[in-house]
Design a protein around this ligand. Structure first.
Ligand SMILES: Cc1ncc(COP(=O)(O)O)c(C=O)c1O
Length: 406
């Protein structure tokens, strides 16, 4: 998308606003499919948590995507968006057996990540085809919070517990159709994927009726021009070859599954916010915008560095700014960043705002969540309205005797 399109969206829908470029999502989907075109049975399950707007889910459904979900509510969103239950994969962590049973009744593929639930579920439903999440004990990921496959992580069943796992499967006679892993996000080095894949192949040999292997996700995307990223094409070439060889060894053509979030939607997203105030202090110049970590928490949560451009003055002289929000706590989007000269009223554009941005937004400080717009065929389409005061009050229950005193 070009700056003029983004400015048009800000003008038409107001600020702050999230904008998603449909074409970019489609081209990323096609890029991943192409990289693994040598694998006959490839399935891409979009990780709903990254960006869960129903219009985005529908866009990906049209492309043939399945879904990776982590909660019953994400499953419900997927069904609402028109996905067939068989195309939805459910990978919860630490949820109750009751929730898993409810999701199972919806006909969705269950992925279990601990031995206790596996045993209980297998005893009650031995006939249900189940996937198992393995923790391969690989330290990978751009940040401690998004590294989930290491030895201290709460995710998955330790690969060292394989003998116990196999015993539960044999005792319950459950039907294991897939094994899964996801080691983290923002993984640059393709050797990490290949190394972890070997652990999964090894574990797979313990199960005789597999239909698929799910390699999770974690591809690193670029955050600015010429930034480093996972070499998807190289990974495609190497992993496809190894996967195909494994299938021959296993004696069956399995499906290879990925469940990308960031790779599909991160770069497609832009967050637009207006500068409320430019404030010179003794140490810096603050650009204070009409937003805060209530709308985009990643810089404060993970230290993520979203590129920020002043699209109202793209050719202006560059100066150093600290871009901050209006929240009543330290609320910094960027420190000491070179941005073309900012005036009050300018629109700043945050890049890579498609993944884990709106989906992590809150109403902190009783602020409204922003609108979301899908840019498709040269036009902005509203896919979520800006909230209003009714949304803030919606589920609050007023106590009659207190109302009387107001
Ligand atoms: C189980 C699982 N699969 C897929 C993803 C998507 O990862 P990414 O956004 O890095 O592609 C995540 C992210 O947290 C995850 O936990």
């Amino acid at each position: 998308m070009q700056s003029k399109d983004l400015l048009q969206v800000a003008e038409q829908f107001g600020s702050p606003v999230y904008v998603y470029d449909a074409e970019k999502i489609q081209s990323q989907y096609n890029r991943l499919s192409k990289a693994f075109s040598k694998v006959n049975k490839l399935r891409i399950n979009y990780a709903v948590k990254a960006l869960s707007n129903v219009a985005i889910l529908q866009l990906l459904r049209e492309m043939g995507s399945g879904l990776d979900t982590v909660s019953i509510q994400e499953v419900m969103l997927g069904l609402h968006a028109g996905y067939e239950p068989e195309k939805i994969f459910y990978t919860p962590n630490g949820v109750s057996l009751e929730e898993i049973e409810e999701v199972n009744a919806m006909g969705v593929q269950i992925n279990i990540d601990n031995l206790s639930i596996l045993e209980q579920f297998g005893t009650k439903y031995p006939e249900v085809p189940v996937c198992i999440r393995i923790n391969p004990h690989v330290m990978a990921g751009g940040n401690a919070n998004i590294s989930v496959g290491h030895i201290d992580s709460k995710f998955g069943i330790s690969v060292h517990q394989l003998p116990h796992l196999v015993r539960i499967v044999e005792n319950t006679k459950m039907n294991i159709v897939g094994i899964h892993m996801h080691t983290g996000s923002d993984i640059l080095d393709i050797e990490v994927f290949l190394y972890a894949a070997e652990i999964l192949f090894d574990a797979a040999k313990s199960f005789k009726s597999l239909e698929f292997l799910d390699f999770g996700s974690g591809f690193k995307v670029p955050y600015k021009k010429d930034d480093i990223e996972t070499d998807i094409e190289e990974l495609g070439k190497k992993l496809s070859k190894r996967f195909n060889a494994f299938c021959i060894e296993y004696g069956k053509e399995l499906t290879l599954i990925f469940e990308p979030g960031k790779f599909l939607v991160s770069e497609a997203g832009f967050f637009l916010a207006k500068v409320n105030v430019v404030k010179q202090t003794t140490s810096t110049v603050f650009a204070g915008i009409d937003s805060g970590f209530n709308h985009l928490i990643r810089p404060m949560l993970y230290g993520s560095q979203h590129q920020i451009e002043n699209i109202s003055n793209p050719k202006g002289k560059e100066r150093f700014y600290s871009v901050v929000g209006y929240i009543c706590e330290t609320d910094t989007f960027a420190n000491n960043r070179r941005i073309s000269e900012i005036k009050e009223g300018d629109i700043l554009c945050f890049r890579n705002a498609g993944a884990y941005c709106f989906s992590m937004a809150s109403n902190y400080n009783s602020r409204y969540k922003p609108a979301e717009v899908l840019w498709m065929n040269g036009e902005g389409h509203l896919i979520r309205a800006h909230e209003s005061f009714e949304d803030i009050l919606r589920n609050q229950v007023q106590l009659p005797h207190l109302v009387e005193t107001v």
